[in-house]
Design a protein around this ligand. Structure first.
Ligand code: K2U
Ligand code: ZN
Length: 170
């Protein structure tokens, strides 16, 4: 297992559209295990492969209270969305310490392949629904700050670039 570096906004690689996974093989299972270690290590409740610079359709998430219920979504697709929408605060491991509200479908049904190669469907509501929509956006090259005003987004871009420069200086 390995913790992988997480791309930081506005890294252009975050805007790459992920391609479908051809086969759930040993390489993909290793990626899933490394993504789970990376997500838990960063106190996240979700992570998309895009964020670790792997541009294949893989998501991991764990919105359980005890952080002991990992969910692996390979080649996920949302097959149903509620009409009800919900405005909720989001954050992102690629945009550290930035939180803002985004409107999402309150419930979604996702069809995906699991780490075992079997196709399954998952109904998500609450935080899980928000998380899976947030991660599915990542696989399309979209970061949640793109839902915010251009003024807010420009300020976040400036803050992230400053933070990255300071960290590079050490
Ligand atoms: O994609 C990511 O960067 C992981 C996010 C996923 C997420 C975003 C918004 C709402 C739920 C999950 C991280 O887990 S950010 C940490 C976090 C957790 C709960 C609520 C807000 C932020
Ligand atoms: Zn994110």
């Amino acid at each position: 297992m390995a913790r992988l570096p997480i791309l930081r906004y506005p890294d252009p690689r975050l805007h790459t559209v992920a391609r479908p996974v051809a086969a759930v093989d040993a390489r993909i299972r290793q990626l899933v295990d490394d993504m789970l270690e990376t997500m838990y290590g960063a106190d996240g409740v979700g992570l998309a492969a895009t964020q670790v610079d792997v541009h294949e359709r893989v998501i991991v998430m764990d919105t359980s209270e005890q952080h002991d219920h990992p969910i692996v979504l390979i080649n996920p697709e949302i097959v149903a969305r509620s009409a009800e929408m919900r405005l909720a605060e989001e954050g992102c491991l690629s945009v550290p310490q930035i939180y803002d509200k985004v409107e999402r479908h309150a419930q979604v049904t996702v069809r995906a392949t699991g780490r075992d190669g079997e196709v399954f469907e998952m109904e998500a509501d609450g935080l899980a629904a928000i998380c899976v929509q947030h991660e599915m956006d990542h696989l399309l090259g979209k970061v949640f700050v793109e839902y915010l005003s251009s003024l807010k987004r420009d300020r976040i871009r400036t803050k992230m670039l400053k933070k990255s420069r300071e960290e590079q200086r050490g």
